[in-house]
Design a protein around this ligand. Structure first.
Ligand code: NAP
Ligand code: F7E
Length: 325
């Protein structure tokens, strides 16, 4: 039985990845940081019905000793480093913490693997945010990076450390440059889930409007369930490498909103309020990924359309809100 260690197992991707690996017969271990709300931090694992099937280990990306101990004890065949301060907007308010966890945290994890289990296959959750002020209209593995937030700068450090550990120490370390991916398990602060939750509230009469920032921004949105398959595929290759994972379609926040409102028979323009306080100090205006390498080498392709995903998210939010009334 293969053993996997997932950092960030309580997050959106960690939960879907754990589900995927359990389905493949893995022994799944997840690193979980101490919190005063341990009764709710496995909510995503419970939503997927797998909370009892994974083994949770105490640890924090900022605490190298906890990572060394975890890797020594678990002896994983595969390590997926998904933990991060992952919300871009917060990274301007907490730039040093974002650097410490999203950037240095990855270096800590690479060190733990190099010292305690150097033959483990390692996955780093890199991000399309690293392209920032895009240097090419279609972004691939060879597109130059131009980070536009403390989050993106931290991810870029982590990305290059992963490449360096592969080249310097021969680690089987791969980096997935994933474009935005969403699901009913997405954190409520991210725009898709904020929209689907907001639309569900308006539909149920719990709210009258939805306040957003820059709705002209364009994103290449896919489904997290599809994207965790690409992570797994990268670690099954003989040679470690870096891959863009994206759908190849970009849509404005405005049009994504329309899909959600229309699903509930509502008109977006009657409920949307633009709030300047929600704009960012610097914006990533447009992202559009070229996943040709992932398609040809991994055989990976996205399976869920944006429309189907947004409808699934609205339905999940309607169900959640109706159950809590
Ligand atoms: P998420 O839902 O925000 O989950 C982040 C996870 O990191 C949570 O489990 C969180 O634990 C954990 N974490 C935060 N700080 C930690 C620390 N100091 N020590 C240990 N664990 C810590 O993020 P996601 O959407 O699943 O994304 C997974 C990864 O992919 C992240 O690295 C993200 O930056 C990256 N990424 C995401 C996307 C996307 O569109 N979703 C795209 C590209 C890259 P708590 O539950 O305790 O908060
Ligand atoms: O914003 C605009 C906002 O917060 C998307 C993370 O997973 O993907 C994610 O980062 C766009 C931006 O995601 C609101 O200005 C407008 O242009 O959903 P988001 P993100 O910043 O793209 C990347 C790939 C990651 O790696 C990150 O970890 O939507 N927007 N109005 C808004 N965004 C939010 N959150 N809230 C609004 O009210």
């Amino acid at each position: 039985m293969k053993k996997a260690l997932i950092t960030g197992i309580t997050g959106q991707d960690g939960a879907y990845l754990a589900q995927l690996l359990l389905g493949k017969g893995y022994d799944v271990h997840g690193l979980v940081r101490r919190s005063s709300t341990t009764d709710v931090n496995d909510v995503r694992l419970r939503w997927l019905g797998i909370a009892q099937d994974v083994r949770l280990v105490d640890g924090d990306l900022a605490d190298l000793s906890s990572l060394l101990r975890t890797v020594r004890t678990v002896q994983p065949d595969e390590v997926y480093n998904l933990a991060a301060q992952s919300f871009v907007k917060t990274s301007w308010q907490q730039p040093l913490l974002t650097g410490a966890i999203t950037g240095l945290g990855c270096a800590n994890m690479l060190e733990a693997v190099r010292i305690e289990k150097p033959d483990a296959h390692f996955y780093q959750a890199s991000s399309s945010e690293m392209y920032g002020l895009v240097q090419e209209p279609l972004q691939s593995e060879s597109t130059p990076f131009y980070p536009r937030s403390p989050y993106a700068a931290a991810k870029l450090y982590a990305h290059w450390m992963t490449v360096n550990y592969r080249e310097s120490f021969g680690l089987h370390a791969s980096s997935g440059i994933l474009f935005n991916h969403e699901s009913p398990l997405r954190g409520i602060e991210f725009v898709t889930r904020k929209v689907t939750d907001g639309v569900a509230r308006i539909k149920l009469g719990l709210a009258g409007n939805l306040r957003l920032g820059n709705i002209d921004a364009k994103r290449d949105w896919g489904h997290a369930r599809d994207y965790v398959k690409a992570m797994w595929l990268m670690l099954q290759q003989q040679i470690a490498d870096d891959y863009v994972v994206a759908t190849g379609r970009t849509v404005t926040v405005r049009d994504m909103c329309r899909i959600a409102f229309e699903h509930c028979g509502l008109a977006a323009e009657e409920h949307l309020v633009i709030d300047p306080a929600l704009f960012r100090p610097a914006e990533v205006d447009v992202l559009l990924g070229d996943a040709a390498k992932a398609k040809s080498r991994l055989g990976w392709e996205p399976e869920t359309s944006l429309e189907d995903m947004i409808r699934e998210m609205v339905d999940a939010d309607l169900k959640r809100l109706s159950a809590s009334r």
